[in-house]
Write a protein that binds this ligand. Structure first.
Ligand code: NAD
Length: 250
């Protein structure tokens, strides 16, 4: 398949996990992937890995929580590649787990807000500024099942992912007649580095809630994520897609 031939896609959190998996899929279908990540060494390693596989990729160091860095990275992409057809926002952090709100440090809440919600706002804002004049664009903002249902012990994560869902619904409608779609994805637990440090009790709680009785895989996220930002996805916007092995009830 060559669904992304001639296209340019920005992928935040592209150095690892779900962002990397979706980026590989888009690049293997002919697209150029501009990877944004704050982990400079991992970002370079991933970009090199992609290039060795014959894929077209560029590295842009940026912390999604910081407006000047996000804006500069978008400017680099536009200057070098001329346009942005798709944007996948996968950068995110999990914050404290197995921690009741009464013990949840306020500084940790401020940090997770800055990355997961402010970062999503910034990534979407500058993508839409670039896409609107072209009259075409596909945006995917990665939320979580925690944003729909709430995970106990993860106040910051649940709240910020709920915020991402609100953003998808609001701006999806705002741009509904512009040729640009804005959708979300609410995965249950997927096997990535993100949950390597998650407390085993928290992980067991989340896995037990999945009727299929297993974790999701990066490839499963990549297949759905790539479709959502491909030209094939034309009549869905402001929607949050499910990827939860049967856990989600809406
Ligand atoms: N893995 C899961 O089980 C799961 C489930 C539901 C939702 N999600 C969401 O999917 C997204 C990706 O998760 P993952 O599992 O791939 O995580 P990961 O930790 O494997 O990868 C995240 C990437 O984002 C980068 N990153 C983190 N903070 C950043 C920042 N401020 N600026 C720029 N880059 C930053 C990291 O360096 C890393 O490369 C996150 O938003 C996460 O909340 C993950």
């Amino acid at each position: 398949m060559e669904r992304f031939k001639g296209q340019v896609a920005v992928i935040s959190g592209g150095a690892d996990g779900l962002g990397k998996g979706i980026a590989r899929r888009i690049a293997s279908e002919g697209g150029h992937v501009a990877l944004f990540d704050r982990n400079a060494s991992l970002l370079q390693a991933t970009t090199n890995e992609f290039r060795q596989e014959g894929l077209s990729a560029s590295a842009h160091v940026a912390d999604v929580a910081l407006e000047d860095q996000v804006q500069k990275a978008y400017q680099q992409v536009l200057k070098t590649y001329g346009k942005i057809d798709a944007m996948v926002h996968a950068a995110g952090i999990v914050g404290p787990t197995s921690t009741r709100i009464t013990e949840y440090p306020t500084a940790a809440f401020d940090e997770i807000y800055a990355v997961n919600l402010r970062g999503t706002f910034l990534m979407a804002k500058f993508a839409l500024q670039a896409m609107e004049p072209a009259g075409y664009g596909r945006i995917l903002l990665i939320a979580s099942i925690a944003g729909k249902e709430g995970n106990p012990g993860m106040a910051g994560y649940s709240a910020t992912k709920g915020g991402v869902i609100g953003l998808v619904k609001g701006i999806g409608k705002e741009f509904a007649q512009s040729g640009i779609t804005v959708n979300g994805l609410a995965p249950a637990v997927i096997k990535t580095a993100m949950n390597a440090d998650t407390h085993p009790d928290q992980l067991a709680y989340m896995t037990a809630k999945i009727p299929m009785g297993r974790l999701g895989t990066v490839e499963e996220v990549a297949a759905m994520g790539a479709w959502i930002v491909s030209p094939e996805c034309t009549f869905s916007t402001g929607f949050v897609f499910d990827l939860s092995g049967g856990r989600a009830t809406y």
